[in-house]
Each structure stands twice: as structure tokens, then as C-alpha cells.
Design a protein around this ligand. Sequence first.
Ligand code: FAD
Ligand code: DLZ
Ligand code: SF4
Length: 514
Amino acid sequence: MLNTKMNLRFILGDQLNLKISSLSGADPKQDIIFMSEVWEEATYVKHHKKKIAFIFSAMRHFAEELKELGYKVIYTKLDDINNTGSFYEEVKRTIKVCSPDKVIVTEPSEYRVLKNIKEWHLNIPLEIRLDNRFLCSHDEFSNWAKGRKQFRMEYFYREMRKKYHILMADGKPEGGKWNYDSENRKPPKEGLNIPVTYTSSPDHITSEVINLVSERFGDHFGDIEPFYFAVKRKQALQAFEKFIEERLLNFGDYQDAMIEGEPWLYHSHISFYINIGLLLPLECIQAAEEAYRSNMAPLNAVEGFIRQLIGWREYVRGIYWLKMPAYEDENFLEAKRKLPELFWGGGTQMNCLRQCVKETKENAYAHHIQRLMVLGNFALIAGLNPDEVNEWYMIVYADAYQWVELPNVTGMILFADGGVLGSKPYSASGAYINKMSDYCKGCQYKVNKKNGSDACPFNYLYWDFLIRNEYKLRGNQRLSLIYRTLERMGEEKVQAVKEDSLRFFNALEEGTVV
Ligand code: FAD
Ligand code: DLZ
Ligand code: SF4
């Protein structure tokens, strides 16, 4: 029978893939595809300029691709005269114009937007479809989590490897081990030959968007130019291929390394492309496995990379949907300190923080260890308020959406969930940063000094954090050794830690450059 129903297929800015579930069964002759740049989404936090430009440009390119494939597309640009500024009003306006029988949308990636959509009154049916890009459904994750006292990524990851037959040999993990991290995470060495990352030049669509963002979002954080991200699937595939061919080989070895002036290292730089749909996680995982099978990259590198995608990425999403909305308000350690100006480029003498903020401002990107062990570690041991830290991470990274940002910040760096996502806080002193980077060489502070005004602040803040939070953390088995060391620390030393930390925090509050 001929289908005479007309569907309005609403595609959000992070759903830019032809295989997205909301397009499944689409009839180019009947259906209308709707996309909209809305003020509400662009400003609910003051996103980095590069992030907004990237999303708008990728949306506009995707709309063009759909038109070339013969689809009817209605697209509202941010500065269209009739743009009402919100998803709800824009969808209602479009319904009035084209009178569809039904609206179809793939579930939004964020709780905030899903809640909003569920409250819409459209007077026609609204079908919300599951997001088929993710490899673990909400139900599967809940079933995995059910009855477990503790969630641990490593066990989830093994299930996912088995489910998708990734790096498996006769039902066992390839090479005999599930995880090859003991071979990874080498400190950086002199003279590494780091390949340049993918860049593209802005075309007329991107140039128009850059002008729009400069005009309308001039007061947002971050540098808009140079703009070099891929904005079309074809380009994102090239960027990913470049990673497979040139950097995957060393991904494991230097996964945790940090080098001044080298923001990209051997990472893949695909999170922003995957998160908006330009790349699909499974195709990236399978391509990496193929690189191993064809001897292009060693197992430690390939397993490490695949674990990030099929393990961590799916795991944090699972935790997010399992724990929302309460997860947003978690503050297990009752951290209250305001986010200092240095996070906005306000200046600091701590070279590691200065470099990571500078690169974040320039690129809307920092790699995992910069986010975790420099910026995140500081936020944790300085006791920064989780709401402010979460907002900062949501703003500054081009790959930030709450489903992935919140668990990484609240769970992974701040331990604000009390140990749901990870088993212990990732706190570390300056020694870790010194081992894994060359930042300390260019720092005014002395990484080997434990106390005094020229000592590395990470050194005394690390102990002060443990002292301040002893009543919450003492019972944690994985911290028992550290607390025993603290017990053996003389009263004089403890006093010095407290005094140095107090001096540091006072300076921070007064706005003095620390
Ligand atoms: P690679 O190092 O090459 O890793 C490959 C891929 O694995 C990434 O592209 C990403 O898709 C996935 N991945 C790796 N680690 C994680 C992780 N912990 N959680 C989820 N996916 C992961 N990632 C985001 O996509 N958006 C965020 O908003 C975000 N916020 C973060 C905040 C903090 C405090 C921390 C510690 C991590 C955060 N991450 C976030 C995870 C990770 O840092 C980035 O995914 C990664 O740095 C992106 O760079 P890449 O593509 O070069 O990653
Ligand atoms: C991040 C973002 C921004 C800045 N702007 C838009 C927009 O104008 N239109 C749109 O459809 N999506 C945008 N996005 C991505 C959305 O925030 C994302 O799709 C939802 O938050 C997912 O829940
Ligand atoms: Fe960072 Fe301390 Fe090293 Fe300075 S000395 S770069 S503050 S770890």
C-alpha cells in the first residue's frame, strides 16, 4: 500500500549521520527533514566560539548533503528573521508551515533536552527513537549494572568486547590479556616525531559561520581562528584515516604523555566528530582492529584505543542515564571553592595549568591526561565546586555534551559521586606531572620542593586534600596505604602543608596570580 503519511524528521545538531534512527525509512518524496540553529542551545552555557562554529558549520553541511540526496530540508539559521530561538517553538512553527502527520526524532543525547521534548504539546504524534549510534542500549546497561555493588569499567568493557567480537580469538581476548596498559603510558622522550594533525581550510559555508559566531558570540571564551576542524563526514573520515596511518602505532606508548607546545600528540582527535555523528564509533573500532590484523599497529596501542571507545565512552554514557537527574547535583566531598580566573586564561605561574588552559582556549581541545591529571587534578585537590567545574568543561571543549562531560567531571575527576564511576580519586602530586610531561622545566615553582612559597603547589595541596577529606576518604581501601603514610608524617610537616595550602587558597581568593 502506498504510504501517504508525511513525517517531519527533526535532526539535532549532534545527530549528523545518514544512518541516524530518525532517518530510517525516510521517504524523500514525502517527508521533510528539519534542522534548526537555536539561540537557546547556543547559550544555555557560553560555549567556546570554535565549538559553536564547528556545530553550525557541520549542521549546514549535513543539510546540504541531505538536499543533494534529494531530501526536502527545512533549515533555520540562527539569524533568520523568524527564528524563535528554541527547539519547541521552531518545531511548532514548522508544523504550521508543512502540516505533517507525525514528528520523528532520535532521542537527544542529553537529559535536559529529552525532558524538554517529552513535555511538548504538538497536537500530532511525536515518535522518539532510540539512538542507534551507541553500542550499549539503556536497558542493556541497566541490566549489567543491576545487582552490582560496584561498577567497574574494566568488567563492562570485557562484556562489550565479547558482544561485538572485537579483538577476540576463539572466545578469548586477543593475545591472552584483556588490557595491555602495563605496556603503555611511557613518559615523553626527546626527539619524538609527532605527525601533524588533520586540518581543513574553511569553505564559504564555514566562513559565513565564523563571521556569524564572531558577531553574535564575541564575548564567549576561546579563539575562533584559525578554524581547521573537519565539518563534513568525508573530511572526518580523512582525519580518522590519518590517525590510523600515522599515529595509532604510538597511541598506547604516549597516551599519558604531555609535551609543551604539542597539543595533539598521538591521540586521535575524533571525539568531536564522533559526538556529532560525522563518524560512527563502531566503524572506528573496526578500523583500528583491522590495523592490528594487518600489522599496521601493535596490540597494546590498538587495544588501548579500542578500550576508550567501546569501554569508557559507552560506560560513561551508561552511568549518565542510570544516574540522571540526581547525578547533576552530586557533591560527595562538599567542595565549595569558586573556579579561579586562571581557568579563563587569567594567568598563573603554574606552567602545567597555563599550558593546558592556553591550548584549550586555542583549540577547544585538550587531550585526556591534560583534562584529567592537570586541570582535573587541580580542581579536585583545590576543592573546586562541582557545578562550576562542570560548567567550565561543558563550555570549553568542542566535544562536550552533558552525557559525556558530566560523568568525566563529577565521577572521574572530582569523585563527587562518592565512587560510582571510579574506585578512588585521581589525585596526584607534582611528581606525576613531572614524570609525564616537560612542563616543570619551564615553571617558576620547584617540583622537587614539598613546602615553602616556591614549592610546587600540587605537592602540598595533594596532602591538604587528603587531610581535609579524611572523614570521607579514610574508609576507601585503595587509599589505605596513603593514609598510613600520612599517619607517619610528623606534626611539623602536616602543619607546613596546612600553612602552605592556606596561603595558596588566600592568594587564589584575593585574585593574586598564583
Ligand atoms: P583519544 O585519546 O584518541 O581517545 C579515543 C576516543 O575514545 C575519544 O575520541 C573518545 O571518543 C573516547 N574516549 C576516551 N576517553 C574517554 C572518556 N573518559 N569518556 C568518554 N569517551 C572517551 N570526552 C568527550 O567526548 N567529551 C567531553 O566533554 C569530555 N570531557 C572530559 C572531561 C574530563 C574531566 C575528562 C578527564 C575527560 C573528558 N572526556 C570527554 C574524555 C576524553 O578526555 C576525550 O574524549 C578525549 O580527550 C578526546 O580526544 P581524542 O579524540 O583525541 O581521544
Ligand atoms: C551544542 C549545540 C549548539 C551550540 N547549538 C545547537 C543548535 O543550534 N541546534 C541544534 O540542533 N543543536 C545544537 N547543539 C547541539 C545540541 O545541544 C544537542 O543536539 C543536544 O543538546 C543533545 O541533547
Ligand atoms: Fe605544574 Fe608543579 Fe610542575 Fe609547575 S612544578 S609545572 S605547578 S607540576
